[in-house]
Design a protein around this ligand. Structure first.
Ligand code: FES
Ligand code: MG
Length: 566
């Protein structure tokens, strides 16, 4: 066991590595060759989606003890999507560095990653992949669906409530009643937003036990799954099965196809690209389009449909989706419990066809993401067809340009804004470098005068992201971003833009010559971040189509540390 390089030493080093640990009351035999299982916990009261993780960690530990392992829990940076400014995404890579060094530098033989709220999954998986010790994920599970005045609600209703409030249809008191009704149980967002997308990603990649994606946080079976994850991690340490054994190109392809059938978040693309970069699997933006092209939308879940992740669990969970997709997937891809993905799901059944449709009669024919190209996004941009409006999928309109988020906020509701429903809203400087941190503002709320017409969707284009709970005809992740001088930076009010989703194109009707002339006047942003992490981030972050990781974090450094601490 790797941990014996700490605890198995004789002389001074062994004394130091063991003695202080014994102040926690561990008997000496715990240090004599048991697999040491690190429990990497993102518990935080500032990450409410993960606030139940102390209790969940106890269930993990029970499993580790039962299987003859030695559990040691440790905290890492936790990112609360709704709390941390300017955006949790800015700190995903920082958290991954914390995770990576915490795992590598300590006496661990395997690690269990406790993930929940959006960024807490990719940051932990990215960090663990760069170490490549045996690794499993246990997710915290979704919230129960909210209940508000006779109907079920979830995060996607936030956008609807916000529009109603803006139009004076909902009072501040209604708002406060709604927010208390929505987040009424432990867990992460109850819809197929980014957190559940990430939980499904780790399950379909093979890094988590079956049903990890959907058991509600409040369901006692979540603790059973945590317990069984602890049991399995001890075996995993003994068998030395590492992420690099699981995360093959086939595993990534499976994850992309399962995500398509689920109608998962567009953030999936950025996080999966970053993980692929850590394990050295060659993945491109086009793989997401090509692989999801043949996959129909099976899950009728918000924001693409009606139901909640809780309902998906009752309907058979992710295994039922995976089994339904068996003619598309690499069923022999190995997973963390020693079985193949196909074996894990062979007995799965659908108990509710209203929630999980069949391949023959899908919920919607189009799923996944459309990857767009054109002079506005030479390195790609993405759109989620299942969450968009069919009548806008081929659309030409004149640009209404906002130079940055402050400009947007200042002018969007101005009654004199020159905008009509056929216009294309363009938001610049919300990319990785431009904001910085690529926030979830791409599904920008429509101007008040447009909402007043009863119009709820317009074509919107930005270099930012959108919440996994968001929807609309929203073009995201434009690369290169405005802040590095991409053509997005050169769009002016009144320019014509054509979105053509069936032909995967996004075109700015401005000549190359004219664009070259405008580029002469382009000035890079100086946001005044001259020190600290944000300065490091801005100098090293890659573009959206590469996963927005820091360039020097790609790949891994393994688990070997040559020097001792004394
Ligand atoms: Fe944490 Fe949605 S805010 S998962
Ligand atoms: Mg989010």
């Amino acid at each position: 066991m790797r941990s014996q390089d700490w605890f198995g030493r004789t002389g001074k080093d062994g004394f130091i590595y063991r003695a202080w640990m014994k102040n926690q009351g561990f008997p000496h035999h715990e240090f004599e060759g048991k697999p040491v299982i690190g429990i990497c916990n993102t518990w935080s009261e500032l990450t409410p989606c993960n606030a139940h993780f102390r209790e969940l960690a106890e269930a993990v530990k029970r499993g580790v003890w039962e299987a003859g392992g030695f559990p040691l829990e440790f905290p890492v940076m936790s990112l609360g999507e709704c709390q941390i400014k300017p955006t949790a995404m800015l700190f995903r890579n920082l958290a991954s560095m914390d995770v990576e060094e915490s795992i590598r530098g300590n006496s661990l033989d395997a690690v269990i990653l406790m993930c929940g709220c959006d960024k807490t999954t990719p940051s932990l998986v990215m960090g663990a992949c760069s170490v490549d010790l045996p690794t499993m994920v246990i997710s915290g599970g979704p919230m129960l669906a909210g209940r508000f005045r006779g109907r079920k609600i979830g995060t996607s209703d936030v956008w609807r409530f916000a529009e109603a409030y803006k139009m004076g249809e909902m009072s501040q008191a209604d708002f406060i009643a709604a927010e208390a009704s929505m987040a009424r149980s432990p867990g992460h967002c109850a819809v197929m937003g980014t957190a559940s997308t990430m939980a499904a990603m780790v399950e379909s990649l093979g890094l988590a036990l079956p049903d990890n994606a959907t058991i509600p946080a409040a369901d006692s079976r979540r603790k059973v799954l945590a317990h069984m994850t602890g049991v399995r991690a001890v075996e995993l340490a003994r068998q030395n099965i590492k992420p690099s054994d699981i995360l093959t190109r086939q595993a990534f392809e499976n994850a992309i196809m399962v995500n398509a059938a689920l109608g998962g978040s567009t953030n999936f693309i950025i996080h999966l690209m970053a993980i692929a970069g850590r394990v050295g699997v060659d993945l491109s933006l086009d793989d997401f389009d090509t692989l999801s092209a043949k996959i129909p939308l099976l899950a009728n879940l918000q924001p693409s449909g009606e139901h909640f992740v809780e309902d998906l669990f009752y309907a058979g969970g992710l295994p039922a989706i995976i089994r339904e997709l068996r003619s598309f997937l690499h069923n022999d891809a190995m997973t963390i419990n020693g079985n193949s993905l196909g074996e894990n799901c062979a007995e799965a059944q659908c108990y509710d066809p209203a929630v999980i449709a069949s391949v023959e009669h899908p919920f919607k024919p189009e799923s996944g993401v459309a990857v767009l190209r054109g002079n506005l996004c030479p390195n790609g941009a993405v759109l989620k067809p299942s969450a968009a409006s069919p009548h806008l999928m081929q659309h030409t309109g004149r640009a209404v340009v906002f130079e940055d988020i402050d400009d947007y906020k200042a002018r969007v509701d101005d009654p004199n804004l020159d905008v009509d429903p056929d216009c294309v809203l363009v938001l610049k400087n919300v990319g990785p470098r431009g904001y910085p941190g690529m926030p979830e503002v791409g599904n920008m709320q429509l101007p008040a005068k447009i909402l007043a017409l009863g119009v709820h969707d317009m074509v919107r284009i930005s270099d930012g992201r959108m919440s996994g709970t968001g929807f609309g005809t929203v073009v995201l992740h434009v690369s290169p971003e405005a802040a590095v001088g991409g053509n997005l930076a050169l769009v002016q009010n009144g320019d014509l833009i054509t979105l053509d989703v069936p032909n995967r194109s996004l075109h700015l009707h401005v000549s190359d010559q004219e664009l070259a002339g405008r580029l002469v006047h382009f000035k890079p942003l100086d946001l005044g971040y001259h020190r600290g992490y944000v300065n490091l981030y801005v100098r090293h972050v890659t573009q959206a189509h590469e996963g927005a990781d820091l360039d020097f974090l790609r790949g891994g450094s393994g688990s070997v540390v040559k020097r001792d601490s004394h």
